[in-house]
Design a protein around this ligand. Structure first.
Ligand code: HEM
Length: 500
């Protein structure tokens, strides 16, 4: 009938396919809740807006913000997601309605990885009790106090020795820098550090990085979990689960080892023993508790993965910027010479001074914006933000990039200019600096990260000049894709200042 109307024959499957597409479109329109934040374009059946986002999601989201506004909706496959951009909208949601946006999404990738546990992946009372217990224990080990600077300085001594031994030769210091930052956490959590050439530990750290890279592509699994049943591993979902299992089994191994040392009276004081003690005390007293071995395993994962890669990536960006902006490096060195000199090593007490160096570190974090979408949240009841309705249980992305790289906030945001963090020679960090997130879930490791970044950077620049391996071929300012954006692998030289 249709063929005779058109005057030509339709391919046999075209008509049913057209009917299916139209039905899916009508169904998705009919189902869409009213007054949602606007969409940037058509929702394609099955894939939603995934094709619109393309391969460079980071650039695309910044572009969508320009055309669609500070709050917009997207469909990742069949899953509705809301993106919050710009400081005012983020503040309205994360600060003014902190309790509504405090939880993490459930389902999709979260259930595949069984991650509704520990700190980063949990919600509700599990999250509250475990985050509070973990950071209470970390504070008892000196987090946020001078004792922490001491631990960091012990590691820096060995890190500087390693750089010295490079003898000014070009090197990619990624593994060692990651190992050094991880050692600071390991010394508290496990009561021990690892040598920079410990192949097993380096392999564990590389697994962490692989996990961080793969998890950023995890939305494919979130909207289409069945991909794990497809032959092959095109979407890397099987590899993601494998890496996750490898890391968690390593965490179980750490717990078993410490428990055994504890039984044999050999354990030095550490986070694991303190957590188990806290958990047993609560159990004995009959108090209901969400502390458990299962959560402990995931907390170790959170602290080692969350606390290592972020700090190490920031330090790598710092080295890269020093090579790109040698005049900034020289100003840091002049400040170090003026305030500390070259005869003594930096100490925790120096953190009250060196405003220019601290401004450079803030600018490094702003410019690199290593967690462009933070970690996804969930709206736990229907609410309104910027006049739009966000339905209950919708995953919410915090578009930190939109704040850190906003020309309206930072004059000429795409230029590296540490002076923007100085006022009358003093450090001034405005509330728009959201590298550690904002609201109830903001980074609990901020004080540790800041002291590590500060002490490592001044210790390195006091002793070495960071120069390009090849002055005619400076490594580009490009990032590796992942949940955190580390710079692409690069080599530089650490030339001893006395020889420079
Ligand atoms: C430069 C270094 C770091 C940066 C830029 C950074 C940034 C962030 C950001 C943006 C979040 C997400 C906030 C949100 O969900 O809204 C976060 C969460 C978190 N960070 Fe950090 N972080 C750093 C270092 C650390 C360190 C050293 C530790 C460990 C001591 C740590 C532990 C955590 C944990 C456990 C969470 C999850 C908090 C929760 O879900 O309640 N981070 N961090």
């Amino acid at each position: 009938m249709l063929s005779s109307l058109l005057g030509f024959d339709l391919p046999p499957l075209l008509l049913p396919a057209l009917v299916l597409v139209v039905t899916l479109l009508l169904k998705s329109w009919a189902e869409a809740p009213v007054n949602l934040p606007p969409f940037p374009g058509w929702r394609v059946p099955v894939v939603g807006h995934m094709l619109l986002l393309g391969a460079n999601v980071r650039e695309k989201l910044l572009e969508i913000r320009k055309t669609t506004g500070n709050i917009f909706s997207l469909y990742f496959g069949g899953t509705l997601v809301v993106v919050l951009s710009g400081f005012d909208v983020l503040k309205e949601a994360m600060i003014k309605q902190g309790d509504v946006f405090v939880d993490r999404p459930v389902g999709g990738v979260h259930s595949i990885l069984r991650v509704n546990s520990g700190i980063i992946g949990s919600s509700g009372s599990t999250w509250k009790e475990n985050r509070s217990a973990a950071f209470q224990i970390l504070r008892s080990f000196g987090l946020g106090k001078d004792a922490m600077s001491q631990k960091v300085l012990e590691e820096i001594k060995l890190y500087l020795e390693y750089l010295e031994n490079l003898g000014g030769q070009a090197a990619n210091v990624k593994d060692t820098t990651t190992c050094a930052t991880s050692n600071v956490i390991c010394s508290i959590v496990l009561g021990k550090r690892f040598d920079y050439d410990d192949a097993e530990f380096i392999s564990l750290l590389r697994s962490h990085r692989e996990y961080i890279t793969l998890i950023s592509g995890a939305y494919v699994h979130a909207w289409f979990p069945q991909v794990k049943y497809l032959p092959g591993d095109f979407f890397k979902s099987k590899r993601l689960i494998q890496v996750y299992d490898e890391i968690t089994s390593q965490m179980s191994h750490f717990i078993e080892k410490i428990s055994e040392e504890e039984r044999n009276g050999l354990a030095t004081s550490n986070f694991i023993s303190s957590y188990i003690e806290k958990m047993e005390e609560k159990e004995k007293s009959g108090q209901p508790t969400e502390l458990s071995n299962h959560h402990l395993k995931r907390i170790l994962f959170d602290l080692l993965v969350g606390g290592t890669d972020t700090t190490a990536s920031t330090l790598l960006w710092f080295y890269l910027y020093m090579v790109h902006f040698p005049e900034v490096q020289e100003k840091i060195y002049e400040e170090i010479v003026r305030e500390i000199g070259t005869a003594r090593s930096p100490s925790g007490q120096d953190k009250v001074g060196l405003p220019y160096t601290k401004a450079v570190l803030l600018e490094t974090q702003r410019f690199a914006s290593i967690l462009p979408l933070a970690i996804s949240h969930r709206c736990n009841r229907e609410t309104t933000v910027a006049g739009y309705t966000i339905p209950k249980d919708v995953p919410v992305l915090l578009h930190l990039d939109s704040v850190m790289l906003d020309d309206k906030i930072w004059d000429n945001a795409k230029t590296f200019r540490p002076e923007r963090f100085l006022k009358g020679g003093k450090l001034a960090c405005p509330e728009f600096f959201v590298a550690f997130g904002l609201g109830k879930r903001s980074c609990p490791g901020e004080s540790l990260a800041k002291i590590e970044l500060f002490l490592v950077s001044i210790s390195v620049i006091q002793r070495f000049k960071v120069v390009p391996a090849d002055p005619n071929n400076i490594p580009p300012l490009r990032y590796e894709k992942g949940a955190t954006c580390a710079p692409l692998p690069f080599s530089v030289k650490f030339v001893a200042r006395t020889a420079a």
